[in-house]
Write a protein that binds this ligand. Structure first.
Ligand code: CS2
Length: 496
């Protein structure tokens, strides 16, 4: 077997002959950013931009200290630590060319469940100017229908009772800000990188609700001192597979236990609203704007919703991946029709963006055959995603008398998916969702009451009392329960 080199700081000089490595001196980097939620997306996006910035300019104040709050984060913590926080980014182009580079912007990692005080101290240190988040849509702890903070969550009660050993992100942020204020340090920026429209405003609202419960005076300080820039983030990043690890071993002779694979496309549009300093990410492709609203709406309602459309319909049909779906002409046509007739009419114009070209590019990106983006990842936590990605499009079209049939079939398919948990061939589906039991419970009522699923108010709001919706939805429910061949139903809708 070919000899391999372990990914570690001391091996970088050896590795530099085989793969692009950081050109900056990592020993001089200070962690100006603390990032909570070091998944594949953070590593292909914010950490990547920051790494390129360090390669190209003097930016040694902006290293990243990764943070995981829970036991499930132990694996990434241990893996990165054993590699001096280095990892490889594998960028796969549609035609097969592959670019690889070692990313060096992560310089530390702390695990909250082991030592909450260490995480709070790190956030409260004078070096930290930004705390950024990729905690997923569900991590914001909002009620999907009302958008309000869920005070009833037992984790919230725990954090209110134990301010110095919190479990949830808002408990940590509040504790760290309290400490900074007491030390006379300026507030840090809280920078959300999740797929939520107005993600900064959402983070602000959730944090303030929590902080007011804990300490009203501190909450008022947070309200006036902390900036929460809204941002649109984009780079398709599938789950790392054993093949990715094997690829580096055999092609490069590099031993990396947790690389990240992603597509070549990347975009980051950020509102220039920071509490203190920020990296000059605009030098490496990020766009700073005064209002991110049209960009984020366009991306969430077309890309993320498009993913969910393919994810749910494709899962029932038996497709495995997003590129597998768009290689199927029926699914590709259905997706484009959804985008053109339902998503686009409720979007606002975006300066400098031609929507037709944007949609063309999305379908091309989805079709990248070297990005095997599994539908299980796409359908993960649908209960937190659909209320942000898809259901608002239905509401807005209902309000203006627009088409809803393409999106409505997706909701009906979600009911069938939650009810049976199997695809049309009877193969069990890998469903991961914080509301899995409630969704299943509601969906099983469909046989007696076709609207049982959409009566879940926390997700659907008052959709069950909208007759224009329920009439169509009921028909679709009957149709797919009688004939689970979802492709036939899609075909019928396309030709109606
Ligand atoms: C996906 C996103 O989670 C999802 O459902 O739509 O992770 C998507 O791949 C990213 O937002 C792309 O930027």
């Amino acid at each position: 077997m070919k000899e391999t080199i372990k990914l570690k700081q001391e091996n970088l000089p050896l590795l530099a002959a085989k793969i692009t490595c950081p050109s900056y001196d990592r020993s001089k980097i200070k962690a100006g950013i603390v990032h909570i939620g070091v998944g594949g997306f953070h590593r292909s996006h914010e950490a990547y931009y920051t790494h390129v910035l360090m390669n190209e300019t003097e930016a040694s104040d902006w290293g990243i200290c990764g943070v995981g709050l829970r036991e499930v984060d132990r694996k990434i913590c241990d893996t990165l630590k054993a590699q001096d926080y280095l990892y490889t980014l594998i960028v796969r182009h549609p035609r097969g060319d592959v670019e690889t580079c070692v990313i060096g912007s992560l310089v530390d990692f702390l695990l909250g469940c082991d030592d909450p005080g260490a995480v709070i101290d790190k956030m409260a240190s004078a070096d930290t100017q930004i705390v950024s988040l990729t905690i997923t849509e569900g991590g914001y702890n909002f009620n999907p229908a009302t958008g309000e903070f869920e005070l009833g969550n037992p984790g919230v009660q725990h954090d209110l009772d134990n301010p110095s050993s919190p479990k949830m992100v808002f408990g940590y942020l509040t504790a760290a800000l309290k400490k900074r204020r007491a030390m006379g340090l300026p507030a840090f920026t809280i920078q959300s990188c999740d797929n939520i429209q107005h993600n900064g405003d959402m983070a602000r609202k959730m944090l303030l609700t929590f902080a007011y419960k804990q300490d009203a005076e501190l909450a008022r300080w947070i309200e006036s001192e902390v900036c929460f820039p809204n941002a649109m983030v984009d780079r398709i990043t599938p789950v790392t597979t054993p093949e990715d690890i094997a690829y580096l071993r055999t092609e490069i002779g590099l031993e990396d236990q947790w690389p990240v694979t992603c597509e070549p496309f990347t975009q980051w549009v950020i509102e220039d609203n920071f509490s203190s300093g920020r990296p000059a990410w605009e030098k490496v492709g990020a766009q700073f704007v005064t209002d991110v609203t049209p960009y984020e709406k366009m991306k969430i309602r077309l890309l993320n919703a498009g993913h969910s459309v393919l994810g749910l319909l494709g899962s029932i049909h038996g497709h495995q991946t997003i590129d597998g779906c768009v290689a199927d002409p029926l699914f590709a046509t259905y997706l484009r029709r959804f985008m053109d007739t339902e998503a686009t009419p409720v979007l606002d114009p975006v300066d400098g963006v031609e929507l037709e070209a944007y949609k063309d590019s999305l379908i091309e990106r989805f079709g990248n055959p070297n990005i095997k983006d599994n539908l299980a990842r796409i359908c993960l936590e649908s209960s937190a995603k659909l209320p942000k990605f898809l259901i608002p499009t239905i509401h807005e079209n209902l309000a203006q008398g627009g088409s809803i049939k393409y999106a409505t079939l997706v909701v009906a398919a979600w009911c069938l998916y939650s009810d049976k948990g199997r695809n049309r061939h009877g193969v069990e589906l890998d469903i991961v969702d914080a509301m899995k039991d409630e969704l299943h419970q509601a969906a099983t009522g469909t046989a007696d009451d076709p609207l049982a699923f959409i009566r879940l108010k926390t997700i659907f709001g008052d959709l069950a009392s909208n007759q224009a919706f329920t009439g169509l939805y009921t028909k679709m429910i009957h149709a797919i329960y009688e004939d689970t061949d979802i492709a036939r139903q899609m075909q019928k809708i396309l030709s109606a």
